[in-house]
Design a protein around this ligand. Structure first.
Ligand code: PMP
Length: 390
């Protein structure tokens, strides 16, 4: 059954927390464990039984799809959830499934880079950008592409690939391409373009759009992402990359992802009960309310400003409530990550990893309630770690 208590109801009276232990709170990564409770309360509806005789073949029973290893059931549920939420156009797009959107990012670079002798194409993104992009882009020192840094500083005349992450990681702001030239090749990373994080105002309709269950349903460990790709040749080359890299994508994971997405879509059609997105919207909303209060009260840090917009899916006006909070330490704290680590025993990710200043840190808003509450308590109180962490 769906259970009766909501995802946000068991939260956050952080002022009552007894700070008797000195545990380290790690909010460095965006591990989406906030969703665990919702899926526990859903019980067996997402359980998938996979028999020993299933998933033996490399191939999917799917002769007419360009992405030959895409499970038809998953393809169907991807189209269905986008149609329901209205966040992306699936018509006239090919679906390419990947081992997380991380693999699809690499597949997109492979597919979009010129394979002639012109040398590596520059890959740029406006700072602060997702910290994994430069690392993934340069880890194999490819002859096809290389990290070109902050898109706002990119003045070269050569062709380039621009990554547009909207809502953005780390700061949650909505974004458009910033390099102001026509011949730019764009990759849109829309991992966070879901109604629990930001109002769905338009149906995204770009050439290459990346999505993932990691941030939509919270199943990061399943390692399933998908790309919606307009151009047939680009989709074919992305498929070719995944064929070379891993000869396809785990069928077991695809079947699980299909089931989870189906349950998410089914929950949206139920007039009587809250949908998955309403549950997760409420949880994020509660957390952001508490974080903003804490910022207001302590005046030690600021959070980004988000404008209110009407969400076509949820049918209400709200401000973005991103998966990460990008905090700026005030009062002359130069190295905010160090300050939080040494004084509060909270591990965060410094702005420097996102091509930004060290007075910023990114903290995950997707951790379990207990950790989030201790985090809030520590930043709002006079708590000061007596043993320093290095
Ligand atoms: N893109 C962005 C913007 C992300 O924040 C993340 C996860 N932190 C990813 C991609 C990677 O997602 P996946 O787990 O699907 O590889």
């Amino acid at each position: 059954g769906t259970g009766s208590s909501s995802l946000s109801s068991r939260s956050c009276n952080y002022s009552e927390i007894e700070e008797d232990d000195d545990i380290i709170i790690n909010l460095k990564l965006g591990d989406p464990t906030v969703y665990e409770r919702y899926w526990q309360e859903m019980g067996e509806v997402t359980t998938v039984v996979i028999h020993g005789w299933q998933s033996l073949s490399y191939f999917s029973d799917n002769n007419n799809n360009l992405c030959w290893f895409l499970e038809p059931e998953l393809g169907k549920e991807i189209v269905r959830v986008h149609k329901l939420v209205g966040n992306a156009e699936t018509q006239d797009h090919f679906i390419v499934v990947g081992t997380g959107s991380t693999q699809l990012y690499q597949a997109a670079l492979y597919a979009l880079s010129p394979h002639d002798d012109s040398g590596p194409i520059n890959v740029v993104s406006a700072a602060p950008y997702y910290c994994s992009y430069p690392l993934i882009t340069d880890c194999l020192k490819s002859g096809l592409y290389r990290w070109g840094g902050d898109a706002k500083a990119y003045k070269e005349e050569d062709p380039y690939i621009e990554l547009v992450t909207s809502p953005n990681n780390p700061d949650g702001l909505l974004r458009h391409a910033v390099v102001n030239r026509n011949e730019g090749i764009l990759i849109h990373d829309l991992a966070y373009y879901w109604p629990q994080y930001t109002p769905i105002t338009t149906k995204a309709n770009h050439d290459v759009m990346l999505f993932t269950v990691s941030k939509s349903t919270g199943h990061a460990g399943m390692r399933i992402g998908w790309a919606l790709v307009k151009d047939r040749e680009t989709a074919r080359k992305m498929t070719e990359y995944i064929e070379l890299n891993t000869i396809g994508v785990s069928k077991d994971s695809q079947l699980r992802a299909a089931k989870v997405l189906k349950v998410v879509s089914d929950s949206c059609g139920n007039e009587m009960a809250k949908s998955f997105f309403e549950h997760s919207y409420d949880a994020m909303s509660e957390r952001w309310k508490l974080l903003k209060q804490a910022a207001e009260n302590t005046k030690r840090f600021t959070v980004p400003y988000f404008t209110s917009q009407r969400c076509n899916f949820l049918g209400k006006v709200f401000e973005s409530q991103p998966a990460f909070a990008y905090l700026k330490c005030e009062e002359g704290i130069v190295d905010c990550e160090r300050f939080l680590r040494e004084n509060k025993k909270i591990l965060t990710k410094s702005g420097k990893y996102f091509g930004d200043e060290e007075s910023y840190v990114r903290i995950s808003m997707l951790d379990r309630d207990t950790n989030f509450n201790i985090f809030l308590h520590r930043i709002s109180s006079s708590y000061n770690a007596n043993v320093q962490v290095h």
